[in-house]
Design a protein around this ligand. Structure first.
Ligand code: BGC
Length: 578
């Protein structure tokens, strides 16, 4: 099926390179408008196909030799033998290690779910297959110089689009019961709105059916950062309220199609991250006149309204669905016991988790410190909108990888608040990974490519308690992503050295122990999703930073379990009630 849409094509002020074959009419200049930099941008209305979009904005893409859906290859039984134990040899010889036994006061309830997660652009590959339209990430990886440190793209990634049956068979074989993946919006609606691509729907039909066939619960995220390029160029993506009806319509298509097969749904992944990505590099997408510091909050505003609309629509289609927002952030520890650091911590909660959790769980509106800032430029939510937004997350689905020490800016909070050009304005708090003695890190570092992340699992019980007490989620808390990049993993050359990943293994063991402590103290944690099902495109770090509990040989597309996969599953084998 050929999709065509009328599209306003920017002819000036852009880095577009038209390919030989695309049709760019030289006439019909429909409008001339002023860009934010003051230059005149000429705009025309032309009919563009999906292929034209690719040719104009992305250019040629790579493909892999396996390019039709394949049946799973048998999983060698040797790859299901657990690794040598890391902590407690069963028969200590030489160095004496005290035997550790099961802690009898810990347990995961029977209905606690545990699984692995991935996201469309990071794993699928097959970017032009079967009618998929480009997303902003195709442009960022292909066209924007140095956006991805290693110049990698998602063109092939883990070839999951064709090898998903094997991927599901593998996780089932090791005992993982849940698989969380995101849909590619621009596969389903190549232009983000308008015509629906039935081939893409059929692909996801089979992905979901394969999960069910293997007894793996599918969990679906609608949006994991891959905004359809067409919408980004048409109106600036999340910066425009026009995204609300488009996202809602997309939600209608997918809820209608899969509500009887998929129970758990996440609307948007980590808006703190993708809203703070704005401004996307200038000259590649539609320009905006919204000031840079304000852009994240316009984006967040439209995310909240889109999420709320999708939530109500989904519940209208099937009231038994579990639909949640997916937020991210770490535990916030005051660096010192000063009053200003305590205030900085509160600002950090309000500008991170609170930005989306306060409206969706508590009031329908922003938390006080954030509201004070955004009400200077955003149209406040009406009472009706607040009513739409509040109580629209069934689970507190939080991607909680790490913790941070928080402190007031060097200049003090008040000086920051009265200086709109301050680096830390408007949030006006600072963070560090080093204790106040200036010597020890908060926990072992991850790969240098993810400097935001240390293993800081000691604070997990306090964090979970804080979430429950503060936002009181109706159906409990899920750690919807957690994981760590094994330091320097990409420098290891032998397969055997890659597969033993002690930092990641201890991360999962200690993190899950921390959840067990929280559970034993009455915190309602309902599930966990390890990030990630396997190594994948780590956004601007390309394939150089590895988060997988499986290694993928990107030349052959073979998969291998790492030791951490066994550690993860083993904690449930030991502690889950049968
Ligand atoms: C994102 C993933 C990302 C992971 C590791 C999460 O915040 O949802 O897409 O790969 O962090 O950086």
């Amino acid at each position: 099926m050929a999709f065509k849409l009328l599209f306003a094509l920017l002819l000036a002020g852009s880095h577009l390179v038209a390919s030989q074959n695309s049709t760019v009419p030289s006439s019909t200049i429909a409008a001339a408008s002023q860009t934010s930099s003051g230059s005149i941008s000429f705009v025309t209305s032309v009919e563009l196909s999906v292929d034209d979009l690719w040719d104009l904005y992305v250019g040629p893409v790579s493909t892999f030799s396996i390019n039709t859906t394949v049946e799973p290859t048998p999983i060698p039984s040797s790859s299901l033998i657990p690794p040598p134990t890391l902590y407690y040899p069963p028969l200590p010889t030489g160095q004496q290690v005290p035997l550790q036994s099961r802690n009898e006061s810990w347990k995961f309830p029977k209905d606690f779910w545990y699984g692995v997660a991935g996201a469309a652009y990071q794993i699928e590959g097959a970017v032009k297959a079967e009618g998929r339209g480009p997303s902003v990430w195709d442009v960022l990886t292909h066209r924007v110089t140095n956006y991805v440190r290693t110049n990698d793209t998602g063109d092939i990634a883990d070839n999951n689009y064709y090898q998903y049956k094997e991927d599901i068979a593998r996780i089932a074989a090791i005992g993982i019961k849940t698989y969380s993946f995101s849909l590619s919006w621009s596969r389903i609606l190549p232009f983000g709105s308008g015509p629906v691509n039935e081939q893409a729907l059929r692909h996801y039909d089979d992905l979901i059916d394969t999960c069910l066939q293997y007894g793996v619960t599918p969990m679906v995220t609608l949006y994991h950062w891959d905004t359809p390029l067409f919408l980004q160029n048409l109106y600036g993506g999340w910066l425009s309220p026009r995204i609300i009806p488009d996202f809602t319509e997309y939600a209608r298509v997918v809820f209608t199609r899969w509500h009887s097969k998929v129970h758990y749904w996440f609307t948007v992944n980590e808006p703190i991250v993708f809203c703070n990505f704005y401004p996307l590099p200038t000259n590649y997408f539609k320009n905006t006149s919204i000031p840079k510091k304000q852009q994240p909050y316009f984006c967040g505003h439209h995310v909240l309204l889109s999420h709320a609309a999708a939530y109500h629509l989904g519940k209208g289609i099937n009231s038994s669905l579990s639909i949640s927002f997916k937020t991210n952030g770490g535990y916030k520890i005051p660096l010192t016991d000063s009053e200003s650091d305590a205030e900085a911590v509160q600002r950090a909660w309000d500008f991170q988790e609170g930005w989306f959790a306060h409206p969706t769980f508590l009031t329908g509106d922003y938390p006080p410190r954030l509201k004070e800032y955004v009400e200077t430029f955003l149209t406040p939510f009406t009472e009706e909108q607040k009513g739409q937004i509040v109580n629209t997350s069934d689970i507190f689905a939080h991607d909680a990888y790490t913790s941070d020490f928080i402190m007031a800016p060097d200049t003090g909070i008040d000086a920051c608040l009265s200086n709109t050009t301050h680096d830390l304005y408007p949030a006006c708090y600072n963070t560090t990974k080093v204790y106040s003695n200036g010597y020890w890190a908060i926990g072992p570092a991850s790969d240098p490519g993810s400097p935001w992340l240390n293993k800081a699992t000691d604070w997990v019980p306090a964090f979970l308690r804080y979430m429950q007490d503060t936002w009181k989620p109706r159906d409990g808390i899920a750690i919807a992503e957690f994981g760590i990049s094994e330091p320097y993993e990409s420098l290891r050359s032998s397969l055997a050295s890659i597969l033993l990943d002690p930092v990641r293994s201890s991360y999962y063991r200690d993190y899950l122990s921390a959840i067990l402590i929280a559970l034993s103290e009455g915190v309602n944690v309902v599930g966990t999703l390890a990030w990630s099902i396997y190594d994948n495109l780590e956004w601007s770090q390309g394939y150089s930073v590895k988060f997988g509990i499986q290694y993928v040989n990107l030349t052959t597309q073979e998969r291998y379990f790492k030791a951490s996969a066994f550690e993860y599953v083993n904690m449930f084998n030991i502690y889950q009630e049968k």
